[in-house]
Ligand binder design. Structure first.
Ligand code: SF4
Length: 377
């Protein structure tokens, strides 16, 4: 039963947010979470959000800063490294992770332009950021040797840390070496630079490098307000350069957990020639409960998208990460609701999943999540 408005706590104001940030800084150091990191570009959007809402519970704040719930809510089954990157560091280097026979992940850098509170790789990235930086040439040569030794590998994925934070010279070095590997049919880059720092593309060097290497560029734009005019212009420039662009993003409680908002976001990106391929369930890592949704609500949002939107919107698959690789809602085989457990089966392997307790799943308010222009019709 919902509490009467008079009993609800008042929204977080800037003074309380400063205390939450300080508490989070201490926790991050102890629990290997990523420190708060906000770019000037994103900071201007945060200031605009705060000016209208008068509190720090808007969607972009939830992405950039710790909420009360982020610090206080815990759910069963949380672990530090849910995708188990460490078990899949096949060469011994934390920069090279292989879970599938045909794909290998390369963390060319542990750095990102900004940090996302919901990041599922924060345990590994926080550890890598705390160490002396690895020599890029050395890890790149280890990657090349690993790819050559494994002829089944046809794709290298450059992902978080954000490969587009590399200097043009370093990015060029990586892409040149990968282009020289005839067995590769795809070089994929995952990035949130578009959201955090579109000016990284201002000079055009990186756009040229991406176009020459014919990469697949996968953005992680999570909210319509991340796609402002400046970001849209940058996406158009990438498109004009002939770069294949995609988007994938997690459904995050209090950020974008509304079917109308999701449809609007995917529609806008499609207008900009960016195709959304996957909607992700947030991973149950430590201190992730504030972002997670129950399976029932994830499925309901996905069903609503399927029922009410054209196929180029609802074709985005609802996807889950796991220590054994990605799986989809179609792979659910059973649920034990009393114990909050679900079992998925994919590629012949059982994947147990701890659902979020229903009592924690308080949906985001569309009027807050779309504070600039009201909830979608
Ligand atoms: S940009 Fe990606 S890798 Fe970096 S903190 Fe955000 S979600 Fe994590």
């Amino acid at each position: 039963m919902a509490l009467p408005a008079s009993l609800l706590p008042s929204p977080t104001g800037p003074a309380e947010q400063a205390m939450l940030n300080a508490a989070y800084d201490r926790l991050a150091a102890e629990a290997r979470l990523l420190p708060i990191k906000v770019t000037g570009f994103y900071g201007k959007k945060l200031a605009a959000e705060l000016a209208v809402l008068g509190h720090t519970e808007g969607p972009l704040h939830r992405i950039a800063y710790p909420s009360r719930e982020r610090l206080s809510q815990r759910a069963p089954g949380e672990v530090a490294d849910f995708v188990d990157d460490r078990a899949n560091m096949k060469t011994g280097s934390p920069a090279i992770v292989q879970k599938y026979a045909d794909r290998v992940l390369f963390l060319a850098t542990p750095l990102c332009a900004g940090h996302c509170q919901y990041c599922f790789r924060q345990d590994v990235l926080a550890e890598m950021q705390g160490e002396d930086p690895a020599d890029l040439s050395e890890t790149l040569e280890a990657l090349v040797a690993h790819v050559r030794a494994n002829p089944a590998i046809t794709e290298v994925i450059l992902s978080g840390g954000d490969p587009l934070t590399l200097s043009p010279a370093a990015l060029g070095l990586v892409l040149d070496r990968l282009r020289g590997l005839a067995q590769l049919t795809s070089i994929r880059l995952h990035t949130r630079v578009a959201a955090f720092a579109p000016q990284f593309f201002a000079k055009g060097d990186k756009i040229r490098l991406l176009a020459e290497a014919d990469v697949r560029l996968v953005h992680h734009l999570v909210h319509p307000y991340e796609v402002c005019d400046e970001v849209a212009d940058m996406l158009r420039r990438l498109n004009a350069a002939g770069i294949r662009q995609y988007n994938q993003f997690p459904i995050l409680r209090g950020v974008n957990d509304d079917a109308g908002l999701l449809a609007r976001h995917i529609r806008r990106l499609d207008e900009l020639r960016v195709r959304t391929i996957s909607l992700f369930a947030p991973d149950p890592i430590h201190y992730s409960a504030a972002f997670r949704l129950t399976l029932d609500r994830l499925f309901a949002l996905h069903d609503q998208l399927s029922a009410e939107t054209p196929s180029w919107i609802n074709a985005a698959a609802l996807t889950f990460d796991s220590p054994l690789g990605k799986f989809r809602r179609e792979h659910l085989v059973s649920r034990d609701r009393a114990r909050g457990l679900a079992l998925f089966r994919h590629r012949g392997r059982d994947i147990p999943y701890h659902d979020l307790p229903e009592a924690l799943d308080l949906p985001g308010d569309p009027a807050v999540m779309l504070w600039r222009d009201g909830a979608p019709a």
